[in-house]
Design a protein around this ligand. Sequence first.
Ligand code: CA
Length: 232
Amino acid sequence: MNKPRILIVEDEEKIARLLEIELTSEGYETEKVYDGMEGFAIFQKEKWDLILLDVMLPGLSGIELLRRIRSTELNIPVILLTAKDSVEDKVAGLDLGANDYITKPFQIEELLARIRAALRLNLQQAPSVKDFNWLEFSDLKLSEDTREVYRGEDLIELTPREFDLLAFLLKNARHVLNREQLLNGVWGYDYFGDTNVVDVYIRYLRNKLDKPYDRALIHTVRGIGYVLKDEQ
Ligand code: CA
């Protein structure tokens, strides 16, 4: 099996070098660049399995680079390296479809765990050859094979994470799920971020899935969590 290829876009040379050494010793193949424009060029030129992306970069910001990456590649896992307390960057990054983020300074073991999780999840999402199965609830229809979601006749565009969250809600329709269950089910047991990410993504889903329609399917259960149900 080929070694997974990880692109490191980080302008702090010391950190980039450390990442390169650690990732190489873990069996990954890596390349490091120090500038956002260079990062975009090499992203386009070569095939990558995962991108480690610093947010504060010269040339092109990490957020702008992520936007460009997602405009052509929806599935490649991207993990953001963010400065401490830059909540806006994290939200903007997740909004643009970053799979995860890690706050600097970070423990290398934690980063390695997140890389493994992101690569594993991406593998699970690889196209399947079996017939497409549709999960249905109310006027909602979702296929994990084609990764398409319909509400009625409308095709709903979701980011990979939004899709996973909806799939989990759908498989557990009418069951009230707390944040921890959602976090474990969607982000995985080795996700170390804070649980607010669940609320953030529920909001994204509602904006796309419920807001344009007269009947809401995602309901808040006060003090507990969320449930997918159809209340006529
Ligand atoms: Ca930087």
